[in-house]
Design a protein around this ligand. Structure first.
Ligand SMILES: [Ca+2]
Ligand SMILES: [Ca+2]
Length: 377
């Protein structure tokens, strides 16, 4: 126990308030938007276990959120293309508090943003894809954009003619791997690599007839390369090395191999325990990429039975939360102390930060031991 915390446990609460301690340590969680119920679910980033289905509860602002990213100050950005492709007033990138309360629309149709799909915080900027019904060669908006955390400096990074229809993307060592394509012959699928400055674009992986089709989320994998969730055709999760070649050490799991008998995955993401989480239709699950063993974590509507729900679980992201930040402002400070003292002796409240059923000196000690800005674990 840190010396400052020991002192605090023995001291009066107000005296403790002036004793600085270490920074607050966040823990990692997984967030997955549910476009059927217009809310965002939270899971353990270690084993995928469900934490809450209302991390961002249903509100009047979400229409069909696809993805979530986190800014360094802990706030969440939600990419919301609203009601299908085609620009609408509800399209935009929304900002929420670290605990999931709506704060503002950062960019929207009035900024030139239509149908944002995946949003990322990377290299000191916000990046997101936009998807369009019209091919780029005919004036479509399939593209990658960047902006500053406050929404200023909005810039189109790439509108490559290689983009058939842009969905998820992920950074690798020297550029982004972008999921491109659709479910029909006229919308062929591929993975396109784009340099970070957008000046070069090339086909990174060109699938054969049995491979990647309608790719959705692209996720960076530990040790390099990516996983790609494919929504139609030979649907499943495909693994590639850093050069866009199928991984030799991990099989790709598709509808005839592994867990995807009835689930068309939109999202895929590595868990801390070595499994790969997936999301699609009404199901969130996880499988072991070595053995193929599969388990269902959530089946929210009672089974997809091979039928793709039009609205469904979407893309998976990892964010940090700060359990002792009781005011959800990214800091553990006097305001949080005030909340804790105001809850003294009660149970079933967030101020019971050690979860033992009572708000008491032990919780005070934890709070004071986490004083300061919330930082990643
Ligand atoms: Ca706080
Ligand atoms: Ca307690």
């Amino acid at each position: 126990m840190p010396a400052s915390q020991t002192r605090c446990l023995r001291a009066a609460a107000l005296a403790c308030a002036i004793v600085p301690a270490a920074a607050a340590i966040a823990d990692s969680i997984i967030l997955i938007p549910d476009t059927t119920q217009d809310k965002v679910w939270a899971f353990s980033a270690w084993d995928g276990s469900l934490i809450t289905e209302d991390y961002v509860p249903e509100d009047p602002y979400m229409s069909q959120v696809r993805s979530v990213a986190q800014l360094p100050n802990g706030k969440l950005l939600l990419a919301d293309p609203a009601f299908g492709l085609g620009c609408s007033l509800a399209d935009g990138v929304l900002e929420y508090s670290p605990c999931g309360t709506f704060e503002r629309m950062v960019v929207d149709q009035t900024s030139g943003v239509c149908d944002p799909q995946q949003v990322y915080w990377f290299n000191g900027k916000v990046w997101f894809t936009m998807s369009s019904l019209t091919l780029n060669s005919e004036g479509g908006l399939n593209s990658i954009w960047s902006m500053n955390a406050d929404g200023s400096g909005l810039t189109e990074v790439s509108r490559s003619t290689l983009f058939v229809r842009t969905w998820g993307f992920a950074p690798i060592a020297d550029g982004f791997v972008v999921a491109s394509g659709g479910s029909s012959v006229s919308l062929p699928s591929s993975l396109v690599k784009v340099s970070f400055d957008g000046t070069t674009a090339s086909v990174w992986h060109q699938p054969d007839d049995t491979g990647v089709k309608f790719p959705q989320q692209v996720s960076s994998m530990p040790g390099g390369g990516v996983a790609v969730a494919c929504f139609s055709g030979n649907y499943g999760v495909y693994f590639f090395d850093a050069n866009g070649q199928p991984r030799q050490d991990i099989p790709s799991y598709h509808r005839t191999l592994g867990p995807f008998g009835g689930v068309s995955p939109r999202g895929c993401y590595p868990l801390g325990n070595g499994e790969v989480m997936y999301a699609g239709g009404t199901v969130v699950g996880a499988f072991n990429p070595v053995t193929g063993d599969d388990r269902t974590i959530v089946n929210s509507v009672g089974g997809s039975s091979g039928t793709i729900a039009l609205s469904s679980f979407h893309w998976i992201s990892k964010v940090e939360r700060c359990p002792v930040d009781l005011t959800c402002d990214g800091q553990v400070d006097g305001q949080d102390l005030g909340v804790l003292l105001g809850s003294w002796g009660t149970s079933g409240v967030p101020a019971d930060v050690n979860g033992d059923g009572t708000v008491d000196g032990q919780d005070l000690g934890v709070l004071l031991g986490n004083w300061g800005a919330c930082v990643g674990s």
